[in-house]
Design a protein around this ligand. Structure first.
Ligand SMILES: Cc1cc2nc3c(=O)[nH]c(=O)nc-3n(C[C@H](O)[C@H](O)[C@H](O)COP(=O)(O)OP(=O)(O)OC[C@H]3O[C@@H](n4cnc5c(N)ncnc54)[C@H](O)[C@@H]3O)c2cc1C
Length: 475
């Protein structure tokens, strides 16, 4: 017998599970179908983000940061550590516990909000009168019916052509989060957010890390001044970063992986590593949806085509998160999920793409919101710049972490904040104030006039705002 709902959400990652909860809060009968399996074959709600993305990467980044601090920096505080050792198996087990706490948390939220969960693959069968029939294939076969469907099936790591992931030697983010012994030599193809975070984890734990990046510039999406500062810090930490490379044959042997590559000068090179992480982007998950059965339109990348409101070409079918255009970020997926649920309920959900924050959780952290100097120059917009280095911030000195700066860009005529770019300690937390400011269309003077606690890293944001008007007080 088929089961009837108001809305069926396919995918239980941040886009899907948040959409399901919001729709339930708004009084709809909601089903969520997710196929992710934990190591025992059971459900593991939370998608890429919870299982092999945001959460486990941050758990390992934290553990490796502790190890690095104990080994490299405690002595500066007069703390000596002898016999420092590393139990990678325990570190990875802790990460798995953190993941499970998050999986269980979402299952609890589903119960609390009366969202019906189905473990298995969801696929379109056909359009029915006033809705859609969705088949669940998994432990239990089910047929579900609903007027509205939200597709939130996410994305998967892109492999290099001809070099599939084996998750033993050639690793995606999944395998990179499950390494159980520190590789002596680790290769990384791609210096994007995910690659840099993974590289940082294993570099801090002692691996010799080489990053091969095809683009001629480091972190092309990041404001150039901030990217240069970050590059300097990463090189100082021992990351070898090669830009403008072209990767050739990749061969596996019992000893490891051999990567043939050409450097920016066109010289042929070889890299021998124990493990190779390939982090060259992600592909939308639409295989298995049976999109053709209902004529759901996909683009040439396989992403679901949506308008600015996340409506697909089919009445009553919406799509959110990594499976559609826009930045592949968990909080962007969540915002779209909420907005779609609210639109289904006749409300005016919205997502402001101009104020979506970006964070790279390396050390130093990199975070930004709004436009870069290059983007403003290209757009012909006149702007003023204020920068403030953490070197001149009392809290950063006390923390012993003075790398980097806050940089604020404001419109020359109106002083409206157009972008904030941070590299340095706790950039991921500091950026929130800047997002709020931009959401309220604040001026740099607004931030400059707000009382910030002393001593705090956030004073660097206030000082950068003062610096826009050339009146920083502490630099
Ligand atoms: C290593 C790594 C670190 C990251 N760190 C961050 C970070 O710090 N911050 C950040 O914002 N973003 C981060 N991301 C990106 C973030 O994980 C994604 O943007 C986010 O998970 C997208 O959410 P989603 O709901 O669209 O898709 P997903 O999280 O991919 O969830 C999709 C779900 O749908 C399921 N599914 C797919 N097809 C079907 C089907 N037919 N039937 C049933 N279920 C299906 C999948 O199994 C999955 O559970 C990271 C990604 C990686 C890989």
């Amino acid at each position: 017998m088929s089961k009837q709902f108001d809305v069926i959400v396919i995918g239980g990652g941040p886009g899907g599970y948040i959409a399901a909860i919001r729709a339930a809060q708004l009084g709809m009968q909601v089903a969520c179908v997710d196929e992710w399996k934990n190591s025992k074959g059971g459900p593991a709600l939370g998608g890429t983000c919870t299982n092999v993305g945001c959460i486990p990467s941050k758990a390992l980044l934290q553990s490796s940061e502790h190890f690095d601090q104990a080994g490299q920096h405690f002595a500066e505080h007069g703390i000596s550590v002898s016999g420092l050792s590393l139990d990678v198996t325990k570190m990875v087990a802790r990460k798995d516990t953190v993941v499970k706490q998050n999986n269980d948390g979402i299952a609890y939220l589903f119960k609390k909000n009366k969202v019906s969960f189905f473990h298995g693959r969801g696929s379109f069968v056909k359009a029915i009168d006033g809705g859609y029939e969705i088949k669940v294939s998994g432990a239990a076969e089910e047929t579900l019916l609903a007027k509205q469907v939200i597709v939130a099936t996410g994305s998967s790591a892109r492999a290099l052509p001809g070099t599939p992931f084996d998750e033993e030697m050639i690793l995606s983010n999944d395998g990179a989060l499950r390494i159980t012994a520190v590789p002596k030599k680790l290769g990384l193809i791609g210096s994007g957010v995910i690659g840099l975070e993974m590289g940082s984890v294993w570099r801090r734990l002692g691996a010799e890390v080489t990053v091969l990046e095809a683009l001629p510039v480091f972190l092309g999406a990041v404001d150039e001044q901030i990217a240069k500062e970050a590059h300097k810090a990463f090189v100082k930490q021992g990351l070898k970063i090669e830009l403008g490379v072209s990767v050739g044959d990749i061969k596996k042997s019992k000893k490891g992986v051999n990567v043939a590559w050409t450097n920016a000068k066109g010289e042929t090179q070889a890299l021998d590593v124990d493990k190779l992480i390939v982090s060259i982007g992600r592909v939308p998950n639409t295989v298995g949806l049976n999109a053709e059965a209902v004529g759901l339109q996909l683009d040439e990348r396989g992403a679901i085509v949506v308008d600015e409101q996340c409506r697909t070409n089919l009445a009553g079918v919406w799509a959110v998160g990594d499976v559609v255009r826009g930045p592949m970020l968990a909080h962007k997926a969540e915002e779209e999920g909420v907005a779609v649920a609210e639109r289904m309920a006749g409300q005016h959900g919205h997502v402001n793409f101009n104020t979506i924050p970006w964070v790279i959780y390396t050390n130093p952290e990199i975070a930004w919101v709004g436009q870069t100097e290059a983007q403003l120059t290209d757009a012909g917009r006149a702007y003023r710049v204020g920068t403030f280095p953490f070197l001149a911030n009392g809290r950063a000195r006390a923390l012993g972490d003075t790398t980097g700066m806050v940089k604020m860009l404001a419109d020359s005529a109106t002083d409206e904040i157009l972008g904030v770019h941070i590299v340095g300690p706790m950039a991921s937390e500091l950026i929130a104030e800047c997002v709020v400011a931009m959401e309220f269309r604040a001026s740099s003077e607004d931030i400059a006039r707000i009382c910030h606690a002393h001593p705090s890293l956030s004073e660097a944001t206030k000082e950068a705002a003062l610096a826009v008007d050339k009146r920083a007080l502490n630099f």
